[in-house]
Design a protein around this ligand. Structure first.
Ligand SMILES: C[S@@+](CC[C@H](N)C(=O)[O-])C[C@H]1O[C@@H](n2cnc3c(N)ncnc32)[C@H](O)[C@@H]1O
Length: 128
């Protein structure tokens, strides 16, 4: 128990319009593509356009974290515990976002609502 050396392989990656940091709402307003490894495409069976899917992803462009941070980097707001906010700067840099599925094309999901940057590794998907 308590294995601190857990290792995951990504199942795919995000393709989107934002390659650098932007406010989440701005990224989420655009369409993104989740490109799965082709051998995993069968795992999308049962997911259809119009449904919602939870995307679990890896913040691959962050380094380090603080346990207390200003929400959204806004110094006018009081520092808050990392586990009470959605900052990418966290002990395990994992993001979770529920998105709308627009279409599925073989191993590619077209989605809206995803606030992950272009190239972000995707760790898992779960229909909600
Ligand atoms: C505040 S986080 C919230 C993510 C998710 N909704 C959550 O609650 O876990 C969203 C922000 O993370 C940043 N971000 C997205 N993908 C990233 C990546 N691969 N590496 C580093 N930062 C990323 C973007 O600036 C985006 O606005």
């Amino acid at each position: 128990m308590g294995d601190r050396g857990v290792r995951f392989e990504s199942i795919g990656h995000v393709e989107g319009a934002f390659g650098d940091h932007a406010v989440p709402e701005e990224i989420a307003a655009t369409e993104s593509r989740i490109v799965l490894a082709p051998h995993l495409a069968e795992g999308l069976t049962g997911i259809a356009a119009g449904q919602r899917v939870m995307v679990i992803f890896y913040f691959d462009r962050v380094e380090g974290y603080e346990l207390l941070q200003h929400p959204r980097g806004d110094a006018s707001r009081p520092k808050t515990g990392v586990f009470a906010i959605h900052t990418p700067f966290r002990p395990n840099p994992i993001g979770v976002t529920v998105v709308d599925v627009l279409a599925i094309e073989e191993n590619v999901l077209r989605v809206r609502g995803l606030d992950a940057l272009d190239g972000t590794p995707v760790l898992d998907l779960k229909r909600v």
